[in-house]
Write a protein that binds this ligand. Sequence first.
Ligand SMILES: C[S@@+](CC[C@H](N)C(=O)[O-])C[C@H]1O[C@@H](n2cnc3c(N)ncnc32)[C@H](O)[C@@H]1O
Ligand code: SF4
Ligand code: SF4
Ligand code: SF4
Length: 422
Amino acid sequence: MKHTADPFNISGNELQAISIQPQYVMLKPVGSICNLACKYCYYTEKKRLYPKVANQIMDEDLLESFTKQYIEMQPTPNVLFTWHGGETLMRPIKFYEYALELQRKYGLGRNINNCIQTNATLITDEWARFFHENNFLVGVSIDGPQEFHDEYRRSRSGKPTWQQVMRGIQLLNKYNVEWNALAVVNDFNGDYPLDFYHFFKEIHCHYIQFTPIVERKLQHSDGRELSSPTEESSDIWDFSVTPEQWGDFLCKIFDEWVRHDVGEYYIQLFDATLANWMGVPPGICTLAETCGHATAMEFNGDVYACDHFVFPEYKIGNINEQPLVEITNSPEQKAFGADKKDSLPQECKECEWLFACHGECPRLRFTKDKHGNAGLNYLCRGYRKFFEHVAPYMDYMKYQLQQEEAPAKVMKWVAEGMPQYR
Ligand SMILES: C[S@@+](CC[C@H](N)C(=O)[O-])C[C@H]1O[C@@H](n2cnc3c(N)ncnc32)[C@H](O)[C@@H]1O
Ligand code: SF4
Ligand code: SF4
Ligand code: SF4
């Protein structure tokens, strides 16, 4: 089964294949500790939430308690473990070997998969062999060609990392490990969509996720410098992509993809958009109607509403104090999930693209809509442009799917000048 390394990446069909309504928990086996210091990273500052803990690593008892509870609470035979960070490979292989042992111990006939997100700089032959032997899906963070990647993805001492990442990818290929790319779009690379896209095609990466970087500044007393979604701040970090850049970026890549690459290269956002056009779950939380099905668990058992909401006010429990199933199904978490739909501003409610966009991620809803209401997504203009641009192609692919034909026929249709088809 092809799947992706992050619950947010699972495509609609795959999500249905995995489970009807699973609860994902992104695990932080080393908390937010990392060997790199990517300038835009939203996670490394989370260590400041635990100033008294010098060694922020998940211990074996907690891992065992989590594994047992996580497997038991899944509604179907399929269970997906998601290892996230911080940098996941800062734990030794033996930690993950123990995790697999626990999965076997408590799995009892379940079909268990593991995906792991990494910056790929620490991959060795031994890691690659381990991933292959244990069927891990590896999500590799790489921001395109060297000059784009090295702009922000640097080591703690400021050294570039692209070459190390490429070496890691070569090792994954050498051992036939299934991997896909997570690439962020920021102020620097946002104006070069085709250079970016061609890079992934050149390295034969067929599964690509593009994530927009948008962060706001807010100085907290504990040293954290990013604003939580509910805090007031209009000061946007300069590495953030603008709405216009994001819209143009998506449209330019889409134009090439829809002419040459449909069915060969899988771009998560395009798949999710087509799923919404079809009225099936998009498998990516940002374009789904509600949130709440993917929480994050820190090294000490603290559970947060979402990986992008690891802020004190969004802590929903700790598995040492309360069963995981109660935490993830708590009224608080259900309200968090429903709030995505319930808090839409008027402009979204009136928007012709609401079915495809759903107001996108609540963490970016910090601007005012045209009626003066709070809560419009910062990237709205970019998404509007994208949905308007792709609509005729999405309509065509939807029609083909309804006729039980391959959406890839869109490439021929475009080449023929987009003739009338119904
Ligand atoms: C926080 S990292 C953790 C795992 C691992 N260290 C890595 O880099 O893949 C997970 C993903 O989040 C992305 N990311 C980092 N900062 C981000 C931000 N401010 N907004 C969106 N994505 C971000 C990274 O590029 C990476 O693909
Ligand atoms: S490698 Fe991952 S966790 Fe580390 S700083 Fe970069 S994005 Fe953040
Ligand atoms: S808040 Fe954003 S990142 Fe979190 S689940 Fe919702 S859409 Fe996804
Ligand atoms: S395109 Fe803008 S107005 Fe429309 S649903 Fe998305 S965020 Fe709301």
